[in-house]
Design a protein around this ligand. Structure first.
Ligand code: NI
Length: 182
């Protein structure tokens, strides 16, 4: 089966508030989640939200590879109708990209620690706490369900660069002493 086309920034569906999934156990929902997981792994990416493949539904897939998180690993997972709450008010800046904004990376502030909950494909409650990269991925993907892209969260667009130019961006920011946040 062909992998799903990933929709790029500019398409209105990426700016829409997605609808709740009515029945997480619907086989059509499982098929969508499986196709999204395949697309995420092929991209490769660490997360993908249903609006990014043209479905305005509150469903996301994600994974936390150990090389990105300092050891913590989460296998490819599905989260339906997710809710996120900050745990504490600590904010951390980190570099993000998005499969809908190919070729770019930007520094984005996120809550360092969160609690999140949602449903799995059997309709069972999933409830976790996360921090660091794991928390960042969940916040990024949940934002997609509300029509929010990571660039909307940026506080300084000088911290947006083409992926290849990121080292030079950091060097310039540090040399100008405007990179205190990073
Ligand atoms: Ni994204």
């Amino acid at each position: 089966m062909d992998s799903l086309d990933i929709i790029r920034m500019g398409q209105p569906i990426l700016r829409a508030v997605a609808s709740d999934v009515a029945d997480p156990a619907d086989p059509a929902v499982r098929m969508l989640a499986e196709e999204m997981t395949r697309s995420m792994l092929e991209a490769p990416g660490v997360g993908l939200a249903a609006p990014q493949v043209g479905r305005s539904l509150r469903l996301m897939v994600y994974r936390i590879p150990s090389d990105r998180s300092g050891g913590e690993t989460v296998p490819p997972s599905v989260l339906i109708n997710p809710q996120v709450v900050p745990l504490g008010d600590e904010i951390e800046f980190g570099l993000e990209g998005c499969l809908s904004i190919p070729g770019l990376r930007g520094m984005v502030p996120r809550y360092r620690r969160i609690g999140y909950r949602g449903l799995d494909l059997e309709g069972r409650l999933v409830e976790r706490e996360a921090e660091g990269f794991h928390a960042r991925v969940i916040q990024h993907e949940t934002d997609h369900l509300d029509g929010i892209l990571y660039i909307d969260r940026m506080v300084d667009l000088r911290q947006l660069a083409f992926t290849d130019e990121v080292p030079d961006m950091f060097a310039a920011l540090h040399s100008q002493s405007i990179g205190r946040l990073i």
